[in-house]
Design a protein around this ligand. Structure first.
Ligand code: KPL
Length: 323
């Protein structure tokens, strides 16, 4: 059932969100509050066979509850709905990006703009090789959201969101860029998004595996006993970034890691939670990506490699299924 019928579909700007996890739903709430319903159509692409409408609830940081109706597009309507999509925002986990896009790309118009928003790095390399004319932007968000139930999320943090073009020059129409920055609080457009993603990768490469291995909150990593591990893992990452022509300053990156440790002291990192709930972790897109890139440049990254092995060992103990 289309949400709007007042304008012909071809004159509307269509925005589709892929992934109905906590971040996908949060972005849906934020966009649906900001868009002009006479000009935009917003929906969520699902892997279900049939399309349906669904009530989505958000409890925000002020404990206010709002409910929105969402059109969930199932596989039966991909061929009809996806060719109209102007902006596809992909909010699935890094390891789900390739599969998700493989089934969607054949239906997308070459004019569609794709935005990848996930933890870690790597999928942009395979996705950019799969594209048939579509242009690509990348992003990272430190917003926090937790699922209370399938369609009710609670916002837990208002961290920074950084978005920027991977395809050069960017073909994301200015009104869509403005709409994204208006809708998502504390967000910015970064012309040098790869540098921002490497900086965020350093934060995740230091905090996520260590908190999962030590089974602790982020704040515990301020303890002196973790200092050598954190410095080594970040120093390895900085040298790999440099080989990729991304200039990071080791001390500045370490300062940022310790700032995040302090600001999120009470949090359990996403990798800690994945291990705790026996889910597949994002290790391949975090420390695994550093190791992978290092191999291309013949750089040794033993600490990142060790973290990958330790997390994979934990995963083997519960054999997670790829969803
Ligand atoms: O992004 C995070 C994560 O848990 O994945 C940090 C910044 C480490 C906050 O927990």
């Amino acid at each position: 059932m289309p949400l709007l019928t007042s304008r012909p579909s071809s004159t509307l700007t269509h925005i589709s969100i892929v992934g109905a996890g906590a971040i996908g739903q949060l972005i849906f709430h934020q966009l649906s509050t900001a868009i002009n319903p006479l000009q935009h159509r917003l929906n969520i692409i699902t892997r279900a066979s049939q399309s349906c409408t669904q009530q989505l609830t958000l409890t925000d940081l002020n404990h206010r509850q709002t409910t929105k109706m969402a059109m969930l597009v199932g596989k039966d309507e991909y061929a009809q709905q996806l060719p109209n999509t102007d902006l596809l925002i992909v909010c699935v986990k890094a390891y789900q990006v390739n599969n998700a896009l493989q089934s969607l790309l054949p239906h997308l118009s070459p004019n569609c703009h794709i935005l990848l928003l996930h933890n870690g790095m790597g999928p942009h390399l395979t996705v950019s090789a799969m594209l048939a004319g579509q242009s690509l932007s990348l992003g990272t968000t430190s917003q926090g959201a937790l699922k209370q139930s399938a369609w009710h999320i609670t916002q837990t943090g208002n961290g920074l969101t950084q978005l920027g073009p991977y395809s050069q020059p960017s073909t994301l129409p200015q009104p869509l860029q403005t709409m994204l920055l208006t809708a998502i609080p504390n967000s910015q457009w970064c012309s040098d998004i790869l540098t921002m993603l490497w900086q965020k990768l350093a934060v995740n490469a230091a905090i996520n595996p260590l908190t999962a291995i030590e089974q602790c909150q982020n704040g515990q990593l301020a303890d002196k006993q973790y200092q050598a591990d954190i410095t080594t893992v970040v120093a390895e990452l900085v040298s790999v970034a440099k080989a990729q022509h991304i200039e990071l300053e080791l001390n500045a990156v370490l300062d940022r890691v310790y700032q995040v440790i302090a600001l999120t002291a009470q949090n359990y990192s996403s990798m800690h939670q994945d291990v705790h709930h026996q889910r597949l972790t994002e290790i391949d897109a975090i420390n695994g990506f550093v190791v992978q890139m290092a191999k291309n440049h013949h750089i040794a990254t033993p600490k990142n490699q060790l973290f990958v092995e330790q997390i994979k060992l934990l995963e083997q103990q519960y054999s997670p299924l790829i969803s």
